[in-house]
Design a protein around this ligand. Structure first.
Ligand SMILES: *Cc1c(COP(=O)(O)O)cnc(C)c1O
Length: 399
């Protein structure tokens, strides 16, 4: 293989050259007297991506999973009740993490292909008259099924029932790619990671926390050390960390935030929508179905695609990988063998997306899935042409 492999999994995503170069620097002194000149503005700018003015951001050397754990252990106590829903592998894993911590987890199981069930959340909260539920969990973008959920709707369910529970959101595959409004939606813990929308290598859990969640620490009885918000706050306040921070990744994060803010968050979201829509047009032209059941669930960062009945998606993925150097996402758990996924988040543009569609077409035809050659690419092409604009109008990652 002479060229770079085409990476179309929903994380890790492609790392832009500016970020790679920012990371590729000598080690530095994380207790240097001027280290705060770098970290304090970084913390402030990360908050912009979460759209929070009142919250606080914590950056842990970890991954998204560590962010889940941090949000739970800093705010709750063993035996506390939480309300959540499960409709894919990632929402399942957060349930598992809560159960292993000894939380009393009320899980609403939803068919895979749908998202957070707002009416059922409303009912559960309305039933909970004595406020046993301490936190409500929601997966904003279920990466296993390509399903996006309505977080503003979850906030409404809490407000309409006058319920005081905290609201925790898994935004690992949404934040920095699709609109996320921490303050407006009253999110108390928003969890993300470096290797998806932030276009970085894996290695950071990026968590934004409301004042209400910070206050909950006082009564939260879970043991915590590595992920302790209080230890972090104490040192972060002056720009330092309670333990050795991953300085190279922090430099990368600086470059990532610069790219995102330079392009403009609203432009980043519009680009993700447009790229995703081209993929969806392509899938439709193939005559295949998305795992996401209705347009309201469509994810702008990942599409999970059913192969026809009797076919095995693993064959498509292996053929794409070994023959065309194209990495596609696999079907996880319940949908293993049934779907393959195209990750369309991070540093991507139209031509890159069309290369992925072309690779999918070749791989599918090779394993005898009956699609018309070029049909997906043609549909995406027509959509991108009809929505094209002069690249000079917008600065940006992919321009
Ligand atoms: C990737 C992902 C995670 C897990 O994050 P890691 O960084 O792999 O620990 C959690 N939730 C969602 C929705 C994800 O896409």
């Amino acid at each position: 293989m002479t060229a770079q492999r085409a990476l179309f999994i929903p994380g890790p995503t492609n790392v832009p050259e500016k970020i790679r170069q920012a990371i590729n620097i000598p080690m530095e002194d994380m207790r240097a007297p001027d280290f705060a000149d770098f970290t304090l503005p970084l913390f402030a700018d990360v908050k912009k991506v979460f759209k929070t003015k009142t919250g606080q951001v914590f950056i842990f050397p970890s991954s998204g999973t560590g962010g889940w754990e941090a949000s739970i252990t800093n705010t709750l106590s063993p035996g506390d009740k939480v309300l959540t829903s499960r409709f894919g592998q990632f929402s399942h894993l957060w349930v598992d993490l809560c159960q292993r911590h000894g939380l009393d987890v009320e899980v609403i199981d939803v068919e895979w292909g749908e998202g957070v069930p707002l009416e059922l959340y409303h009912e559960a909260l309305a039933r909970d008259k004595d406020h046993k539920i301490k936190a409500v969990l929601a997966c904003h973008n279920e990466t296993a099924t390509g399903v996006a959920s309505d977080i503003a709707g979850v906030r409404k369910a809490l407000d309409n029932t006058g319920h005081p529970a905290l609201l925790f959101v898994d935004g690992v595959s949404s934040i920095a790619s699709v609109d996320f409004r921490m303050d407006e939606w009253g999110v108390d813990c928003a969890v993300s990671g470096s290797q998806k929308g932030f276009m970085m290598p894996t290695g950071l859990a990026i968590v934004a926390v409301s004042q209400k969640a910070l206050a909950a620490q006082a009564s939260a009885k879970f043991p915590r050390t590595f992920f302790d918000f209080a230890d972090m706050s104490k040192m972060n306040k002056d720009g330092y960390f309670p333990y050795t921070p991953p300085t190279t990744l922090l430099r990368g994060l600086r470059a990532s935030i610069d790219l995102l803010l330079e392009e403009g968050l609203e432009n980043v979201f519009a680009r993700h929508y447009r790229l995703a829509e081209g993929v969806r047009r392509g899938i439709k032209a193939w005559g295949l179905d998305l795992c996401a059941k209705e347009p309201k669930w469509y994810s702008d960062t990942v599409s999970a695609i059913y192969v026809p009945e009797g076919k095995n998606a693993v064959e498509v993925i292996e053929r794409a990988y070994f023959t065309y150097g194209l990495s596609l996402g696999t079907g996880l758990s319940k949908v293993a063998g049934r779907v393959f996924r195209i990750g369309h988040l991070g540093a991507l543009n139209e031509l890159m997306i069309m290369s992925a569609l072309a690779g999918c077409e070749m791989a599918m035809r090779d394993v005898n899935i009956d699609i018309k050659p070029g049909s997906g690419v043609a549909a995406a092409e027509e959509y991108y042409r009809s929505t094209a604009f002069d690249q000079r109008e917008k600065t940006g990652i992919a321009a």
